[in-house]
Ligand binder design. Structure first.
Ligand SMILES: [Zn+2]
Length: 252
């Protein structure tokens, strides 16, 4: 198993690095993770009920609570941290193929990564999608309607139920987004998996796609993952500490 020095040299030599990010990169920005030891799902499995599409569609009370959660989500005030900024440095070095993120918090773009570089496989909190006609609007304008007294704002085009443009339990990933993510995983020299427990498919399977295509898999995560045996290096240090060190040589 390689160490941090070798990872630095791989990144410095790489033409294309694809980064896969999960909740762990955003916890240092104050956004809780869901599946870690202190995660929302782990400590309160009932919370998962609200994020299941079937329950959301069936129960107006679930929707009312969900709109309140969106309004109170820490992503509205969170700031990108040193881990996010390191990936901007990597993009400026010309070596970043894509960031495939499981996060919905928009912090990669806020940090300064190009929107076209960020593939949000679980969607974004900042858009709303109509489950009826597919119309997309901004979260901000819908939350304004909530604040003006509509507990569950319906689609202005078709009257349908609206939801954050995120992937709920029971909801499929968008095929075009998944395709772009798979292409990015298959087309890199290094897949850097950061802050993801690699437990959710199909996101986790991207690690295997990359390895089969000949890439080195580097996992930066506090806890073990099911893909550790496939990895060329495992780094356990805090993300905001280790990522800036990793990209420094690549940017030089
Ligand atoms: Zn609609």
């Amino acid at each position: 198993m390689a160490g941090e020095d070798e990872v630095r040299s791989w990144l410095a030599a790489a033409g294309r690095v694809t980064v896969l990010t999960g909740a762990g990169i955003s916890t240092e920005s104050g956004i809780p993770d869901f599946r870690g030891p202190q995660g929302v799902w782990t400590t309160n499995p009932a919370a998962q009920h609200m994020f299941t599409l079937q329950n959301y569609v069936a129960d107006p009370e679930v929707r009312r609570l969900a709109w309140g959660n969106r309004r109170d989500h820490p992503a509205w005030t969170a700031e990108p941290n040193a881990g996010h900024h390191a990936l901007v440095t990597l993009e400026r070095s010309g070596r970043l193929r894509a960031i495939v993120t499981q996060n919905i918090d928009g912090l990669h773009q806020r940090a300064g990564n190009a929107a076209a570089t960020v593939i949000e496989i679980h969607g974004t909190l900042f858009d709303v999608e109509c489950l009826g006609c597919g119309a997309r609007t901004t979260m901000r304008e819908n939350l304004d309607r909530v604040d003006a007294g509509e507990p569950d704002p319906a689609c202005l085009r078709c009257g349908g139920i609206q939801k954050a443009a995120t992937i709920s339990f029971g909801q499929s990933l968008r095929p075009d987004v998944l395709r772009a993510a798979t292409e990015a995983a298959a087309d890199c020299d290094v897949l850097l998996a950061v802050g993801t427990t690699l437990q959710v498919q199909p996101a986790a399977g991207l690690a295997e796609v990359a390895v089969r295509a000949g890439a080195r898999l580097v996992i930066v995560n506090r806890d073990p993952t099911p893909y550790d045996a496939l990895a060329s290096a495992l780094l356990r240090d805090p993300i905001g500490t280790v990522l800036p060190r990793l990209v420094a040589a690549a940017a030089a």
